[in-house]
Ligand binder design. Sequence first.
Ligand code: MLC
Ligand code: AMP
Length: 463
Amino acid sequence: MDLLGAAGGPVRVAGRELPREELFDWASAVAAEIRGADVVAVQATASMETVVAVVGGLLAGVPVVPLPPDSGPDERAHILGDSGASLLLGVSGGGRQKEPPLVPVDGVPRGRSFRGEVSADATALILYTSGTTGAPKGVLVSRGAIAAGLDALAEAWAWTADDVLVHGLPLFHVHGLVLGVLGALRVGSPLVHTGRAKPDGYAAAAEGGGSLFFGVPTVWSRVVADAGAARALRGARLLVSGSAPLPVPVFERLVALTGHRPVERYGMTETLITVSARADGDRRPGYVGLPLPGVETRLVAEDGGPGPVDGETPGELHVRAPLLFQGYLNRPEATAASFADGGWFRTGDIATIGQAGWHRIVGRASTDLIKSGGYRIGAGEVENALLAHPGVREAAVVGTRHDDLGEQVTAYVVADGVAEPQLIEFVAERLSVHKRPRVVHLVDALPRNAMGKVVKTRLGEPA
Ligand code: MLC
Ligand code: AMP
């Protein structure tokens, strides 16, 4: 079976709808324009053009790099340069100097068409994601991993062409793009992308017949804060939360207002979705569910030995599955370091696993990865952006609790002659807007240990 099913319901993005056949015709015209390219980048706005561009890349067998549309010049230059993209798919007039030539998706000649024969181990997507240090790394995701991951989810969630999938998530990450677009295209269900992930958009789509809803916890917490919108979801079949921990009170409010116990699932750019509650099973607040078909998980204790499966003792979660990524582009050492012997991927998440197989994510091994509103943000990348300011001498970045976003980016900075708002603006201009610190504390010194290393757990303590 092809990765994408050309048959199925219509696709609607931000108010614009296309029948499936028309979408594929347009995408195959894009494929004809880019065939033979090594890698193409896509200006991944929440638009029909983005869906067409990504499908065009898949039809042509050319790996696609989605570019976050709000990324600042430094981040954008890194992604374009590191990925080696030779073309940029966007809309007419969107080309920029010193960037790969623009192929305007809205202007491709429709007379030509191309659909390649592509093997399952070919790279479909290169998704840039933050690590604890340095610039984001390109995660190579194969067609086979996407197909296996989507089929496992379809089975667990009883997701069929009879569903109408609804979400408004960004089209440059696993959640919104792989599950939220390629999922609908593979399963055959109609897709309603609401443009933005807002409670009123979800409510309107529910009233229009939406059945399967995806959101990050920030979206669900905004939905329950709007009781009218939440009640509109009563007619849905399944509400799914993922990308960050769903707070238990939000789970409970969803049950009270919508009548649905949400399905929580756990994933990563590098692994796609590996653990989930099931449509035909229990859903437990605070738990991310059971391994999906074909996925193995294990806990590793601090001493490197096996962690007990007692539902209480935390260990690092390792996963092994056909869904895993092919490696980090251009970074063989980082790729090797992310695997233990036997093909087990070290997730860096700390979890417990109970006798019945229920998984709970209790934290992360490193404080240097922050999850804000479902976006993964590397402390090191934000620190480097701050250090590029001539007035900044030292910088340390951590995630701190935030009611709406789960965590917010908080920076401690030693600087001369520069105020907090200027530093926030300085980062926002260079990286994606959501990576900017929400709070900057100007301090005299950072707490350091005897080796001179910053002790992040002591940030915020009086000097
Ligand atoms: C928006 N802003 C954020 C932010 N989202 N700042 C920090 N963290 C975030 N997550 C900024 C905006 O740029 C804006 O800045 C200001 O906050 C107010 O924005 P808003 O209007 O309140 O936010 P909104 O645009 O509604 O976005 C909220 C959101 C969004 C939750 C819908 O963050 C979002 O789409 N998150 C989903 C991320 C995601 O898809 N992650 C999946 C990764 S894949 P200003 O300057 O304009 O005021 C993955 C695998 C898996 O994790 O398991 O799924
Ligand atoms: P990303 O690479 O952006 O997909 O981020 C992956 C990280 O998101 C994981 O390593 C987890 O830390 C976190 N994550 C994803 N889903 C969940 C979930 N349901 N509960 C808790 N954390 C999650």
